[in-house]
Write a protein that binds this ligand. Structure first.
Ligand SMILES: NC(=O)c1ccc[n+]([C@@H]2O[C@H](COP(=O)([O-])OP(=O)(O)OC[C@H]3O[C@@H](n4cnc5c(N)ncnc54)[C@H](OP(=O)(O)O)[C@@H]3O)[C@@H](O)[C@H]2O)c1
Length: 321
């Protein structure tokens, strides 16, 4: 079968469209023929060696949508079932294996394109909003990097939950109208959000801030986080670590919470099935939609990575397999 492999870390030219062996299933696993896979920011970091150790040949990719083509007796799935999944190894491949605990059926009404756009970003966004931040309608919240995959989901799900004030940040003013259409009330750039949040909250600050950028953005976020507020830290797309001091939380009664879907997939996978069911229903009922920025062929994965690195897109980038 065909897959994208890399034998070293580096720029997009390390991604090679190659022939590899089709993986074989064992206990509690199924084999999935991939229709579409998504490109996540984590893939960029993994490709250039900022996330993984060198276990080559390496295939990137966190999630996919496709069809079950092989399983074992007593499987909870049937051949031909349409599913989304988090495979063991990378999803930039024609076929992948996944543990059944990380495979979720999708309804016929959901296209493979839309289904492939959602697994990582929608399940993550739902957990961040409802389990980690426990948002309330009366909250004022900040969503950083709101035009990306996770950001697009956070804004829509927060709006759906009735959050009263949604501030969103973007890297370029070109993305403002996209994020407004998703449901954000105030869209700003990283250099203006502190003033905008303070101005619009009677100088009190936001109750919840979702930070996937880190570096300076974490520091600035603490300048506009309200007393008793929570900073939810779940990524570092700036490439820098953020710095948090004990004095940032003590007298202000503020919280810093972290979350990783990767860690949860590995150590607590059972937690994901009920959330997957909920977000699939939200997509099925068109209560949320993830705009697809561009679809590339699997063989053009390097071009897809270049688009992500340009930051010049809105929504989700997919690979057609
Ligand atoms: N904790 C978890 O389990 C988990 C899971 C999935 C994703 N994440 C994290 O969530 C974030 C969003 O992921 P995603 O896949 O949906 O990606 P994404 O938002 O589509 O892409 C990342 C975005 O980060 C923004 N950004 C800000 N500063 C940047 C910088 N210095 N360099 C490059 N980009 C910068 C860019 O948007 P602007 O140009 O608009 O600023 C860029 O489009 C990432 O940090 C990712 O690592 C965490």
């Amino acid at each position: 079968m065909k897959a994208i492999i890399q034998n070293e870390f580096g720029d997009t030219d390390v991604l090679t469209y190659s022939d590899v062996e089709t993986p074989k299933i064992k206990d509690s696993e199924c084999l999935i023929k991939v229709a579409f896979t998504s490109v996540n920011y984590a893939d960029i970091k993994a490709r250039n060696g900022k996330k993984l150790k060198g276990n080559f040949p390496l295939t990137l990719g966190l999630d996919c949508a496709g069809t079950i083509v092989d399983n074992l007796p007593n499987s909870g799935f049937s051949i031909g079932d349409r599913v989304i999944a988090f495979p063991y190894d990378g999803s930039y491949a024609e076929k992948v294996i996944a543990d059944e605990s990380l495979v979720f059926k999708i309804p016929d009404s959901l296209t493979f394109e839309q289904a492939a756009s959602m697994p990582t970003v929608s399940i993550l966004a739902y957990i961040l909003l409802h389990d980690i931040a426990q948002i309330r309608k009366s909250d004022s919240i900040v969503i950083h990097s709101a035009a990306g995959g996770v950001g697009s989901m956070l804004v829509q799900m927060a709006k759906l939950a009735g959050v009263q004030k949604i501030f969103a940040t973007v890297g370029s003013r070109d993305k403002v109208s996209y994020v407004q259409k998703l449901g954000a009330d105030v869209v700003c750039t990283y250099d203006t959000f502190v003033d905008e949040v303070l101005k619009n909250t009677d100088q009190k600050g936001a109750n919840i801030i979702f930070d996937s950028v880190a570096g300076d953005v974490t520091r600035l976020s603490l300048d506009c986080l309200a007393f008793y507020g929570t900073l939810v830290q779940f990524g570092n797309s700036s490439g820098e670590a953020g710095t948090i001091k004990t004095s940032d939380v003590h007298s202000s009664c503020r919280n810093i919470k972290g979350f990783s879907l990767g860690t949860t997939r590995k150590h607590s996978p059972a937690r994901l099935a009920p959330i997957a069911k909920r977000v699939i229903k939200l997509f099925e009922e068109s209560q949320i939609v993830l705009p697809i920025a561009k679809i590339f062929d699997l063989s053009d994965a390097a071009e897809a990575h270049k688009l992500i690195e340009s930051r010049n897109y809105e929504g989700k980038v997919l690979l057609k397999v």
